[in-house]
Design a protein around this ligand. Structure first.
Ligand code: ZN
Length: 404
């Protein structure tokens, strides 16, 4: 099999470029006839037939037989061959990671979640990450050569174009992608975690045909993934989407970025954690009081469980935060005029506790005519958005579908 032409290069021949466009078409639209492709790409039937035949010979496309129509000639349907290549995605959270593989068609092959992993900024943690990825690939029931690309999601400042990560694993002169590639011997990409989640929702989640979308990641931190005309928006160096560090409060709370007054300090999982401990110290009660008093660490999962059990202190804080978040999103809606805003990340799993105050603040604080255009939805993929997005982005990047 010839996988080389799939990798973007400027000196590809015209027929190689067209073959890639045909694969892009199948990824975006699913199975289709020769005529469908001819119409979409503005190519003649003999040209498409020749290219599709070559793609079939290369193993990327399969013929699925005749289409059912009401009388007349029945054209053959073609689609991507799921077994022609595989992609791996890795999503790192604070104290665990998820890793997943998808086939060439984008279907999930194998997913492992909640693998214990401490995301700390040390060379040993990077080595361990590579070992986890390697073991995962070795355990897959597929040949290693068929794994065409890997993507690792990282929170913080990541430049997916140069392959450098600045907030995590910035130890050497070499780009992080190169360091990982040297260990795996597989093409590697890195991406900001929130942007990957947004792409997961775009390809396989709650986003159904909308092209201008803002995805809000309410996790331990706060960030947004911006999708413009169906493509992730990167900005000059890949740093777009740092919504959490928007100056919002006039107070003395220090953000981990080193500045004061960031929205994240009053609207994120870490903010909820901090405010919960403060309020408890001031005398408010919570079902987590026992743990807090024993000085046990309080995790995001503990807080989520407390909210599920209707802990009023946690819910009160969550609602206050959601109102602040809604004010911030109202500003984004005024600026971007998106079709859809997706509320994602672990805090979105609290459902209406977060979405109602967010929606109410958006109605109150954004321009009427502008917010009428915008739908607000909760993420469908939930905690899997990142790892699925990582898999799907590695495929789209390898195939040259992403414009930086
Ligand atoms: Zn900040």
């Amino acid at each position: 099999m010839n996988a080389k032409f799939l990798i973007t290069s400027d000196n590809s021949s015209r027929s190689e470029l067209l073959k890639k466009k045909i694969i892009h078409y199948y990824i975006a639209n699913g199975d289709a006839t020769i005529a469908d492709i001819g119409n979409e790409l503005n190519l003649s039937i003999p040209t498409v037939t020749k290219l599709v035949t070559e793609l079939q010979e290369d193993g990327y496309i399969l013929e699925f037989g005749k289409q059912d129509t009401n009388g007349g000639r029945k054209p053959s349907i073609y689609g991507l061959n799921p077994t022609s290549g595989y992609f791996i995605g890795v999503d790192m959270l604070k104290d665990k990671l998820s890793i997943c593989s998808i086939d060439f068609k984008g279907e999930k092959v194998h997913l492992e979640e909640n693998i214990p992993y401490q995301t700390v900024n040390t060379p040993a943690a990077l080595d361990e990450l590579c070992i986890i990825i390697n073991n995962f690939i070795n355990a897959l029931p597929i040949e290693r050569e068929k794994v065409l690309a890997v993507q690792v999601n990282i929170s913080g400042r990541v430049n997916p174009i140069s392959g450098y990560s600045y907030s995590l694993f910035y130890f050497e002169e070499k780009p992080l992608t190169q360091i990982i590639e040297d260990k795996l011997h597989i093409k590697t990409f890195i991406e900001n975690d929130t942007r990957a989640m947004a792409y997961g929702e775009y390809m396989q989640g709650v986003i159904k045909g909308e092209k201008d979308v803002l995805f809000v990641n309410m996790g331990w931190g706060l960030g947004i993934g911006i999708i413009i005309d169906g493509n992730p928006y990167y900005g000059k160096s890949g740093f777009s989407g740092e919504f959490g560090h928007f100056r919002f409060f006039d107070n003395e709370v220090l953000c981990h970025c080193g500045k004061k007054g960031c929205l994240e300090t009053g609207a994120s999982g870490s903010a909820l954690h901090r405010i919960l401990l403060d309020r408890h110290k001031e005398g408010s009660n919570t079902i987590l009081a026992g743990k807090i008093d024993k000085n046990d660490p309080i995790t995001m999962d503990d807080i989520m469980e407390a909210i599920q059990k209707e802990d009023t202190l946690c819910i009160d804080i969550l609602e206050e935060m959601a109102t602040n978040l809604g004010k911030g999103i109202a500003g984004l809606i005024n600026v971007f005029n998106p079709e859809l805003v997706v509320l994602g990340g672990i805090l979105s799993l609290t459902g209406e506790y977060i979405s109602l105050p967010v929606k109410s603040a958006i109605r109150k604080y954004s321009l009427n005519l502008v917010n009428q255009d915008t739908e607000i939805k909760i993420s469908r993929l939930g905690e899997r958005a990142g790892v699925l997005g990582a898999c799907l982005l590695s495929r789209s990047k390898l195939l040259g579908m992403i414009h930086y």
